[in-house]
Design a protein around this ligand. Structure first.
Ligand code: ADP
Ligand code: MG
Length: 627
């Protein structure tokens, strides 16, 4: 048996666990019990669906024993077990990229927050917070060889052949000085009750109990006897199967915290029993903080599927639409066949009914909170506005409902506004919902385009989220009101409403100015427009043609492999009343006009937070003019 090297990530993690994470050591037990429960779940599932293991019968249980003198603690299960390869793979490397993200997310501040550990799929290693050596003896179901994995949590581990009577795993902790107190009946009982009461399988604790016999010895002293006992500690009932009225708020919250490795209470939860064409129970939780991996492609789905209380899978991204990936909880169906395979699930009619029903329920609950509990809804929006927006373009069937749920910043109100209240505040006869998008909030709020809308009483939504443009482009309208970006063409009809016709003379001078600038800027712009909607101290601003894709859309298309897309050029919109524009209009020096025009264009880019194409020459020109 040779020594094997941990993958670097594992070594880093172990180092961190042993030296830095110590605020809440006791969670190691929760993590190991949760692994034991997962292992039993897996075997149960395979005994229903796998060719080789079909009909495999066993009495699921988790067993905890300890030796106070030897300072060992053993967590045993009769679940799926691990083969030699799996011991190497699951305990010697990190299959998911969990560890790296865990290390990143912890950063320096959060170093001591060992509570996070389970969320990242690295729970097993928490054993090293309390042990200086961990031995795992495991036998995979359906195989006859067992193997022993052993490590001191430094940089190596060993794997060798071992004996085990039947399938399952023993995790044996050789407790260190920080952990030796855990080899104690009362400690263990308290921890199991606290963290693992809702584990669906019985958790037994073995202990020795001394008591005095009724008889006395020859000298008349009482005789002590040691009795070995084994007692179930958890209540092992699936919380969601109990009637709502019998469950306390605390129980709901504990169930969440203990099953989803979160130290914070959820924002809210929804427990539903649906009857009718399909019968199922759902218990959904909305975490207080968005899951750390919400924006990773390989995020872990948070909803587990059960059929008649038998666990089926926790790794199905199809149980809810992707935009609801932050939801945690349980779906338990009465109608699905127990041997349903994960592949079949996707096309299953019952499953899609459950899915649709669940989405409707969640949307309904979100709306209720939005209407009745603005404080809570604000917290919800702070975390989940963005996935709701994703739903707007990916979930056509629920678009109407989602339009009532998303929130936007605005030129007129503090914080966030709904589209419905925007509509209520609209001016009489207003023809569109105006917004500005394509950059950071401060930049958008300071846009020279915004002033004239504000002045005339048109509220403008500040859409600073990088998917906002894509959403408005897909969704087009809210209650028949089109979304119109003020930094694109075609958004001035309301502004122009009460204006009289321009005189021929003005028209002529404007078109001359535009021609002059077009000639000066050549192919750097798509067009030049003269308008009177810019702030008076602004010479020009960049706008996009309303028929061209937005900058963000272009970026996205590129990322999605759009390849060599022709660059879409901006339109320069200028303010003829600005003194710089008047200089251009009045000058007949082509070279001078070209230099000023170039500065105006570059300044317009800068106002958008975009670097001019040739910053050095811009600086040179400005310096020359000022000097
Ligand atoms: P996670 O449980 O989130 O996957 P862990 O670090 O807790 O991450 O465990 C790593 C892996 O080790 C598990 O995914 C599982 O494959 C394996 N494992 C751990 N404990 C057991 C066990 N008692 N029985 C079978 N496999 C186990
Ligand atoms: Mg785990």
């Amino acid at each position: 048996m040779g020594k094997k090297q941990f993958k670097t990530e594992v070594s880093d993690l172990l180092n961190l666990i042993i030296h830095s994470l110590y605020s809440n050591r006791e969670i190691f037990l929760r993590e190991l019990i949760s692994n034991a429960s997962d292992a039993i779940d897996k075997l149960k599932y395979l005994s229903l669906s796998d060719e080789k293991l079909k009909g495999f019968s066993f009495e699921p249980c988790i067993n905890i024993s300890f030796d106070e003198k030897a300072k060992t603690l053993t967590i045993s299960d009769n679940g799926i077990g691990m083969s030699e390869d799996e011991l190497n793979e699951n305990l010697g490397t990190i299959a998911s990229s969990g560890t790296k993200k865990f290390l990143q997310a912890l950063g320096d501040d959060a170093r001591k927050n060992s509570n996070l550990i389970g969320q990242f799929g690295v729970g097993f290693y928490s054993a090293f917070m309390v042990a200086d050596k961990v031995t795992v003896v495991s036998r995979k179901a359906g195989e006859d060889k067992a193997f022993r994995w052993e490590s001191e949590g430094k940089s190596t581990y060993t794997v060798s052949e071992a004996e085990r009577a039947s399938q399952g795993s023993d995790i044996i902790l050789h407790l260190n000085s920080d952990g030796e107190d855990y080899a104690n009946r009362w400690q263990l009982e308290t921890l199991i009750k606290k963290y693992s009461d809702h584990i669906a399988y019985p958790i037994y604790l073995e202990y020795d109990q001394e008591h005095y016999k009724d008889e006395k010895d020859s000298e008349g002293n009482p005789i002590k006897e040691v009795e070995h006992k084994r007692e179930q500690i958890n209540s092992a009932s699936a919380l969601w199967t109990r009637p709502k009225s019998s469950i306390k708020d605390e129980e709901y919250k504990d169930f969440y915290k203990n099953n989803y490795s979160d130290s914070e209470d959820p924002l809210f939860y929804i427990h539903t029993h649906a009857e009718g064409a399909t019968e199922y129970t759902t218990l959904f939780y909305i975490p207080a903080k968005a899951p750390f991996d919400m924006y990773y492609a390989d995020y872990r789905p948070g909803v587990k599927l059960y059929v008649k209380r038998v666990y089926i899978t926790d790794d199905d991204k199809e149980l809810l639409p992707v935009w609801l990936r932050f939801v945690r909880g349980v779906i338990d169906s009465e109608d699905l066949p127990l041997n349903v395979s994960r592949e079949i699930l996707q096309e299953n009619r019952i499953m899609s009914a459950i899915r649709n029903g669940s989405v409707k329920k969640l949307l309904g609950e979100f709306k209720k909170i939005a209407d009745n509990n603005p404080e809570l809804y604000a917290k919800f929006i702070e975390q989940y506005n963005r996935p709701l927006k994703e739903g707007l373009y990916s979930d056509y069937a629920n678009r109407e409902a989602l339009l009532e749920l998303v929130r936007y910043k605005s030129s007129e109100v503090e914080g966030y506004t709904s589209l419905a209240s925007y509509k209520e505040r609209m001016k009489e006869g207003q023809s569109a919902i105006y917004y500005i998008s394509g950059g950071k909030e401060e930049i958008l709020r300071n846009s020279p385009l915004l002033a004239s809308y504000k002045e005339k009483g048109y509220e403008v939504l500040i859409m600073d989220d990088d998917i906002d443009d894509i959403v408005t482009e897909m969704v087009h309208e809210y209650k028949e009101l089109p979304f119109k970006a003020i930094n694109r063409t075609g958004a001035t009809s309301d502004l122009d409403k009460d204006k009289g016709e321009k005189s021929e003379e003005v028209k002529k001078s404007e078109s001359e100015l535009a021609d002059k600038l077009k000639k000066a800027l050549g192919d750097r712009v798509k067009d030049v427009i003269v308008s009177d909607r810019l702030a008076s101290d602004s010479a020009g601003a960049i706008v996009m043609d309303e028929n061209d894709p937005s900058m963000q859309m272009q970026r996205l298309l590129k990322q999605m492999g759009g390849g060599e897309m022709a660059e879409v050029k901006p339109i320069l919109e200028v303010n003829p009343a600005n003194s710089l524009m008047r200089k251009i209009a009045d000058s007949s020096d082509d070279d001078y006009v070209a230099r000023l025009a170039s500065i105006v264009l570059d300044e317009a880019y800068i106002a958008e937070g975009i670097m001019p194409k040739d910053p050095a020459s811009f600086v040179r020109e400005v310096t020359k003019l000022l000097g």
